[in-house]
Design a protein around this ligand. Structure first.
Ligand code: DGL
Length: 265
C-alpha cells in the first residue's frame, strides 16, 4: 500500500514514523513544501492555495490513501484536500479528537492552527464537557527545522509557551503541530509528571491500520522507507541530511514545482 503525505518540512516525519510502527508494510510518497515553510504563520487563503496545489500534485502519484501530516493545513483546508483526491484521506485533528478522554486538555499548535480553533471545535464535538486551552508557538518550527533543539534558547521558549497552559491544570497536552514530537524530550522535562503528552499521529495510525487491515488482501508487501519517494519544493541539498538525521535512511530526493504561475509570491 502506497501512502501519500506532506508537510511544510520535517514535521511529517513524526507521522511517518508512527505509521511505520503500526503499519509496517506501507511505502510513502512524502512531499515537503520547504520553499514555503513555515506554514504556521501564513494567511488562511495562502494555506488553501497550497492545499489545492499539493492535492493536485498527489492526484498523479498513484497513492492508495492520503495522510494530512500538517496540522495547519488540516485545520484550514481539509475539505479542499478531500475534494481534490479520490482516495481515503486521514487527518490528525479528527483522529485525535474522536479519541480524547481527558477533561482538561492543552493544545500546542502554530498561530494559524490556533486561529481556527479547529482543535477546540473538534474535541467539543466529541466531548462537549472538555475544557480546552490552545497555545500558539510561533518560534518552535524554525528552531526545529534548524535542529536548534538542545539549546537554552528553545528551553526558555518552551517554558514561556507552557506556563499559561499549565496554569490551567491540564491533564493532557496535545502536540498540535507535527514538528513538536521532535522535541518530546524537552517538553517531557518541563511537564509535571501527571500531564500526558498526546501525539495525534498515534490516533491517525490506529485509524489507518483499521483501513489497511480491511484491505489486506489487496496490497503487496513493501519495505517501507526503502520503497518510499521523497520530494521537496526547495532545499534539495540539505533535505537528504535531515531525512538521514531523523529517519536514518539516505534516499534520493527530487525537486518539484507546485506553484501555478502568478499564484503565490
Ligand atoms: N508541521 C506543520 C503543522 O503541523 C506545519 C508547521 C509550519 O510549517 O509552521 O502545523
Amino acid at each position: 500500500m502506497r501512502l501519500g503525505l506532506f508537510d511544510s518540512g520535517v514535521g511529517g516525519f513524526t507521522v511517518l514514523k508512527k505509521v511505520i510502527e503500526l503499519c509496517p508494510n506501507t511505502s510513502f510518497v512524502y512531499l515537503a513544501d520547504t520553499a514555503r515553510l513555515p506554514y504556521g504563520v501564513k494567511k488562511t487563503n495562502e494555506i488553501i492555495q497550497f492545499a489545492e496545489e499539493i492535492s493536485s500534485w498527489f492526484k498523479y502519484q498513484n497513492i492508495d490513501a492520503f495522510l494530512v501530516a500538517c496540522n495547519t493545513t488540516n485545520a484550514i483546508a481539509l475539505d479542499v484536500i478531500k475534494k481534490n483526491l479520490d482516495v481515503p484521506v486521514f487527518d490528525l485533528i479528527g483522529s485525535v479528537a474522536s479519541n480524547i478522554q481527558e477533561s482538561r486538555v492543552g493544545v500546542l499548535a502554530t498561530p494559524s492552527t490556533v486561529r481556527t480553533k479547529a482543535y477546540t471545535n473538534a474535541i467539543l464535538e466529541f466531548k462537549p464537557k472538555t475544557f480546552v486551552i490552545e497555545q500558539s508557538c510561533p518560534e518552535f518550527v524554525p528552531m526545529i527545522e534548524a535542529n536548534n533543539i538542545y539549546s537554552g534558547e528553545i528551553t526558555d521558549v518552551a517554558i514561556r509557551y507552557l506556563q499559561p497552559v499549565l496554569n490551567q491544570k491540564i491533564d493532557s497536552l496535545i502536540l498540535g503541530c507535527s514538528h513538536y514530537p521532535l522535541i518530546t524530550p524537552l517538553l517531557t522535562e518541563i511537564l509535571p509528571s501527571g500531564v500526558e503528552l498526546v501525539d495525534p499521529a498515534q490516533a491517525l495510525s490506529f485509524q489507518l491500520k483499521l483501513f489497511i487491515d480491511s484491505k489486506i488482501s489487496n496490497y503487496s508487501k513493501k519495505k517501507s522507507l526503502v520503497d518510499s519517494r521523497f520530494y521537496v519544493t526547495s532545499n534539495l541539498k540539505n533535505f537528504p541530511i535531515q531525512i538521514k538525521h531523523w529517519l536514518n535512511v539516505f534516499p534520493e530526493v527530487n525537486l518539484v514545482s507546485l506553484q501555478k504561475k502568478g499564484c503565490v509570491s
